[in-house]
Ligand binder design. Sequence first.
Ligand code: FAD
Length: 393
Amino acid sequence: MPRADITDLFRIDDLLSADEKAARDSVARFVDSEVLPIIGRHFRDGTFPAHLVPGLAELGVLGANLQGYGCAGMNTVSYGLILQELERGDSGLRSFASVQGSLCMFPIQAFGSEEQKARFLPDMAKGRLIGCFGLTEPDFGSNPGGMRARARKDGDTWVLNGTKAWITNGSIADVAVVWAKTEDGGAESVRGFLVEKGTPGFSAREIPGKFSLRASLTSELSFQDVRVPERNVLPGVVGLKGPLSCLNNARAGIAFAVTGAAIACFEGAREYALSRAQFDGKSIAGYQLTQEKLADMLQEIVKAQLLGLRLARLKDEGKSTPVMVSLAKRNNVKSALEIARVARSIYGANGITDDYPPVRHMLNLESVFTYEGTHEVHTLVLGKAITGIDAFG
Ligand code: FAD
């Protein structure tokens, strides 16, 4: 089911394999029939549509690009396409899938023991276990190396203390991948801990008052003398490169995915503009200023699609770099956010209500602009690559 012809002006469909199109189309049908009819209500009520999880699992969405352990083993392009379709529905639903697959299942697969992989991954792929990723802290967001969370070895267990903030899926997670420094304290001492729901001393509370990603759960996690057995420590990585490699993996998917929100806004605004008449019964789509808005939106969508696809192909060839990921995430999120804002303006007053999707996407994209490396942090990554000068400190 290719998108409306005009959205695929540059025949990106021709660049996709039959498998890639099939993966995309199955998720597109799911979004049309199961997500779009209910997502506005969940956004309004601030609830996560948990009943969709088994359907997503059935389609192979959870950990889609991982091999083995019941995962679908898709390539990065297919993974990007299905995330794009989810984001056409809602960035909150896509965030759920990104966190489950790229931030929780990926580190278990990449850095976990054989026993950990067998214990968690098949049930996570089926949606029977939900995961979250705890890196950010109340005082350490862009600079996770400063984290205060600490793990102290005591016999054959670790004792974990600290607080993690802004954790997607936190309050429904059965297993949290939590990053903490071990006692020697440097960023090189960071280890990953699999903290299971119900472990004494571990609690999660929802962060109230969000105006963005309202159909996604965002929590604060607290760890007070939480005893984590050695068998729940990820053995395969030490240091910040552990969480950063997860983020790099997730960001590539997000760079591809956000264009889904942009497409939803563009298609909705185009239809609305054609049906809405002002002055002499003429549709607002017939006025040049509206046409300029639509032309700018389409132009950015085409560029973002090409960038996302090229990045995913390079990732599949083992040639992508974090700098490429920064450029693609930075460009595509910014343009999707701008498209949502302009689409909102085309709807006039109707656009500020949740009867139409742009304002929901616009508010959601404000989070996407900030998480997975803020827009500014990706600017600094590019600045360093261009000049050789590190402007972070
Ligand atoms: P800060 O780091 O305090 O930054 C504030 C502002 O200062 C930003 O504009 C930033 O770009 C700018 N800034 C910071 N340093 C510099 C600098 N050196 N130069 C120039 N500008 C700078 N985290 C997780 O670990 N797991 C999750 O599942 C997760 N989910 C999230 C879900 C949502 C809805 C949101 C909003 C966030 C989520 N996060 C999650 C946290 C997210 O990764 C952080 O919000 C992000 O890293 C930014 O950190 P901060 O909010 O503390 O902002």
